[in-house]
Design a binder for this molecule. Structure first.
Ligand SMILES: Cc1cc2nc3c(=O)[nH]c(=O)nc-3n(C[C@H](O)[C@H](O)[C@H](O)COP(=O)(O)OP(=O)(O)OC[C@H]3O[C@@H](n4cnc5c(N)ncnc54)[C@H](O)[C@@H]3O)c2cc1C
Length: 635
């Protein structure tokens, strides 16, 4: 079963579950009518199925390669990118003034998810470029916008984000790249950046790097960082790629997956760059891209999960092993059915969370209402971490469904698992997302969380009439989560919050997932979505009770064991050993030479082990007509 874009599922969710009608009713997005959205999703689905899926495997088998200082991409990528560019997909949510389609983020999220399922490596180039566009729209000067945005929107140039340095990963504030002012108002950027996705390639004419660096006078830490636009080729007087900038690709990373995406180590040697946003305000500007990208990376996880599910489903329908009254393929067996149901139910939950997040982003854009902004901000780490966890878990389960063939590369199930693994790491690791949720996103005293929980509770109350058992379970779970949220907020010691951050985020996602499943059940009584909701609420939602317990267990238990014990406790060997001999019980201990005293020799550890292994089992032996026992003592 080749990948089929889940266009009809989106249509259902937009209409019945995630409240897209609110977005379409705003002045900002009047053009996002049902017909337009449906046509866009159908077109994107076609591109995924016909153009991107065929190059997915080629990217895995023939990774991007660095040849003579230039990156050559995988076979078919150039042509596939040309089709993406021609469709205007990089500018899908971009400002129409610069050539974008101006569509809501909700539509972009759906499109990006499908493209991630079709070919994650190539989709990453798209996601980076879309984020780049958002940063320039919000923070660049008019001159930069006019020069760069039309090219980026048309996909003839692509964008990257350059934060990471060897000593500055999660701790971006530790970066040391420098920006020295030039006489003409530009800056000379110097430093090394690592792990830069699509840092170089041959699929477009120019590459625009957004680089974080410190200007003279920039304070240490994140507050002293500025953001610069550094193109690979400096635009000439006509805005076309001109002379090469002074930056180079040092090497490409050899990765466990995502082979089609070139991950570059980059060296900037006084490269020409232009300030984007205020001096020393680079982190805030970059956050525009990062928030966009976090929502997108959550979507990457969900997309890969969908691809892996469809792949596993096709195999399960074909493969025959054993007998069952339910059918003659492995899909008939209860445990395989459990795996397939879990995969489907998890994808549904994560997809609804991501789309609801995108609706909040759109409502924030359209209304500038602070409550929508708070909701978008609160949901972003959940979308990112839960969406990518679902991607990893579902891809892993997909391997299990395949049995031995899952472990064999030709079957294709393994690629999903290898490719998606990084999504929990980049764009802020999932652990750091969870910390963000319980710290920064709760600086409002828990208002954003409480509003969501109120809505979940109210919707469950409404559903009691038609689905009393499901509604009760969802209502109860929202109350449990409310208590946990209050516990989190009451913790002045941030270590207690951080220790429970990941289980708290997962519990929140579980409950949100149940809420959306319940909405689908109400909208489609008696249909397969109701059946899936019953499965999720009865089998997966109960996990939240264990998760909230973990969330509230505090930090003491994590720090109770010393690092020394963690490292060495059961792997430690005796550093030196005494071989002690003693006479039979009740007699005086003797040394080997017959003198009383017991301890006869101190030997080094290897000798002691050798003696123990060769004779310890004997428990004793005879010397001078006496029996002696042997044991080891730690020195
Ligand atoms: C394939 C790939 C593509 C990438 N693309 C880009 C890109 O395009 N641009 C870019 O700038 N970067 C990119 N990155 C870098 C990526 O964003 C970083 O790898 C990521 O931010 C983590 O940084 P690190 O690898 O240094 O890990 P570390 O920061 O060393 O983290 C190691 C572990 O410690 C944890 N940790 C660290 N600090 C804390 C803390 N304060 N509290 C709790 N836990 C903590 C982390 O969660 C993680 O589990 C990419 C990475 C990869 C692998």
């Amino acid at each position: 079963m080749p990948y089929k874009a889940p266009v009809s599922d989106y249509a259902f969710l937009l209409k019945h579950v995630i409240g897209f009608d609110k977005v379409a009713a705003t002045d900002r997005f009047t053009e996002a009518t049902d017909d337009v959205v449906s046509a866009i999703l159908t077109e994107a689905g076609k591109l995924c199925e016909e153009v991107m899926v065929p190059v997915q495997r080629a990217g895995d088998l023939h990774p991007a390669a660095l040849e003579n200082g230039v990156v050559c991409t995988s076979p078919g990528y150039k042509e596939a990118w040309a089709a993406i560019a021609e469709g205007g997909w990089t500018g899908i949510s971009g400002d129409p003034e610069y050539g974008g389609m101006g569509l809501p983020m909700t539509v972009t999220t759906a499109v990006n998810e499908m493209m991630s399922a079709a070919c994650l490596s190539l989709q990453l180039a798209l996601l980076m470029t879309q984020g780049h566009i958002k940063v320039l729209e919000h923070h660049a000067s008019d001159e930069i916008k006019e020069l760069y945005l039309p090219k980026l929107m048309a996909g003839v140039w692509t964008g990257t984000m350059n934060l990471t340095e060897p000593q500055a990963g999660s701790d971006v504030g530790a970066l040391t790249s420098r920006a020295e002012p030039n006489d003409d108002g530009s800056y000379a950027i110097s430093g090394q950046k690592i792990y830069i996705s699509w840092g170089d390639h041959d699929i477009a004419d120019n590459i625009c790097h957004l680089v974080l660096a410190r200007m003279p006078g920039g304070m240490p830490g994140t507050k002293g960082i500025s953001l610069f636009l550094v193109p690979k080729y400096l635009p000439d007087a006509n805005g076309n790629p001109g002379v090469a900038n002074t930056l180079k690709i040092v090497s490409l990373e050899h990765k466990m997956g995502l082979h089609g995406s070139p991950t570059c180590v980059m060296q900037y040697d006084g490269a020409n760059g232009w300030l984007v946003g205020p001096a020393h305000g680079g982190m805030a500007a970059m956050f525009t891209m990062m928030n966009n990208a976090r929502l997108g990376v959550g979507g990457q996880g969900i997309g890969v999960a969908e691809g892996a599910f469809q792949h596993a489903m096709a195999y399960a329908l074909e493969r025959k092993q054993g007998r069952s009254i339910h059918g003659n393929s492995i899909a008939a067996h209860a445990d395989v059915r459990r795996m397939l149901m879990e995969m489907k139910a998890e994808i549904f939950a994560a997809r609804c969370i991501a789309l609801t997040n995108a609706v909040a982003v759109d409502m924030q854009t359209a209304t500038e209402d602070k409550d929508w902004a708070a909701r978008a901000a609160f949901l972003t780490p959940i979308t990112k971490a839960f969406g990518t966890d679902v991607g990893i878990n579902v891809a892993n389960t997909g391997i299990q469904v395949h049995g031995g063939m899952g472990f064999v590369e030709e079957a294709g199930a393994a690629q999903y698992a290898r490719d998606v693994r990084v999504t929990a790491i980049y764009e802020g690791t999932n652990g750091i997302q969870a910390m963000d949720l319980v710290a920064r996103k709760m600086m409002d005293g828990g208002d954003a969380a409480a509003q969501l929980l109120d809505e979940i509770g109210a919707q469950a109350e409404q559903a009691r009439g038609t689905h009393p058992e499901l509604a009760e379970a969802v209502w109860q779970s929202s109350e449990t989560l409310r208590e946990t949220t209050e516990w989190m907020i009451s913790q002045g010691d941030m270590d207690n919050r951080f220790a429970g951050a990941v289980p708290y985020l997962r519990a929140f996602a579980r409950v949100l997932g149940a809420h959306f499943h319940l909405m689908a059940a109400v909208a489609e009584p008696g249909g397969p979505r109701e059946t899936l909701a019953r499965f999720y609420i009865s089998r997966l939602l109960p996990e939240h009770t264990g998760l909230v317990q973990q969330a509230q267990s505090g930090a003491d238990g994590l720090y109770a064991m010393s690092l020394d014990d963690l490292v060495s406790w059961w792997t430690a060997r005796p550093r030196g050993c005494a071989i002690s001999l003693a006479g039979p019980a009740g007699t005086r201990n003797h040394n080997l030479d017959g003198r009383p005293g017991g301890r006869v020799a101190v030997v080094d550890a290897p000798t002691a082990w050798t003696m123990w292994m060769s004779m310890g089992w004997m428990m004793g032996w005879r010397v001078d007509n006496r029996w002696y026992r042997l044991w080891l003592e730690q020195d």
